[in-house]
Design a protein around this ligand. Structure first.
Ligand SMILES: [Zn+2]
Length: 113
C-alpha cells in the first residue's frame, strides 16, 4: 500500500480512506491523474476505423430515422474513412447512398403528387 497525504494538512496515512484522520478533510479516491485524460495517447482504434464505424452506424440509423440527415452523414463519414484507407467506409457510403436515393425518390413522389 502506498501512503498518501492529506491535501489540506499534509497528514500522512496509508490505505484507502474517505476522510483525513487528522483534520477530517474529504479525500479524493484517486489522487493519480484521471485515466480518461490518457485516452488520446492510447487510441483504441485508428481515425479511419472510427470514421468507418461512425459511417456504418449513421447508415444503419438512417435506415430507420431521419434518413435525409443520417444518409448524407454516413456518406461523408464513409468518404473520410476511405481517405484514411479504411474500407469499412464503403459500408457507410453504400448504405447512405441507398437511403438518400430512396428518400429522394419518396420525397419526389410526395412533391409530384
Ligand atoms: Zn488532513
Amino acid at each position: 500500500m502506498k501512503s498518501k497525504k492529506c491535501p489540506n494538512c499534509n497528514h500522512e496515512f496509508s490505505g484507502v480512506k474517505n476522510f483525513c484522520d487528522n483534520c477530517g478533510t474529504r479525500l479524493p479516491h484517486n489522487s493519480i491523474a484521471n485515466p480518461r485524460h490518457d485516452l488520446s495517447h492510447t487510441p483504441a482504434m485508428s481515425e479511419g476505423q472510427l470514421f468507418g464505424v461512425l459511417g456504418l452506424v449513421s447508415g444503419i440509423i438512417s435506415l430507420f430515422v431521419v434518413g435525409i440527415v443520417f444518409g448524407p452523414a454516413a456518406i461523408i463519414l464513409g468518404v473520410l474513412a476511405l481517405n484514411r484507407r479504411n474500407n469499412l467506409g464503403w459500408a457507410g457510403i453504400i448504405i447512405g447512398g441507398i437511403v438518400v436515393f430512396v428518400t429522394g425518390i419518396a420525397f419526389l413522389l410526395l412533391v409530384l403528387e
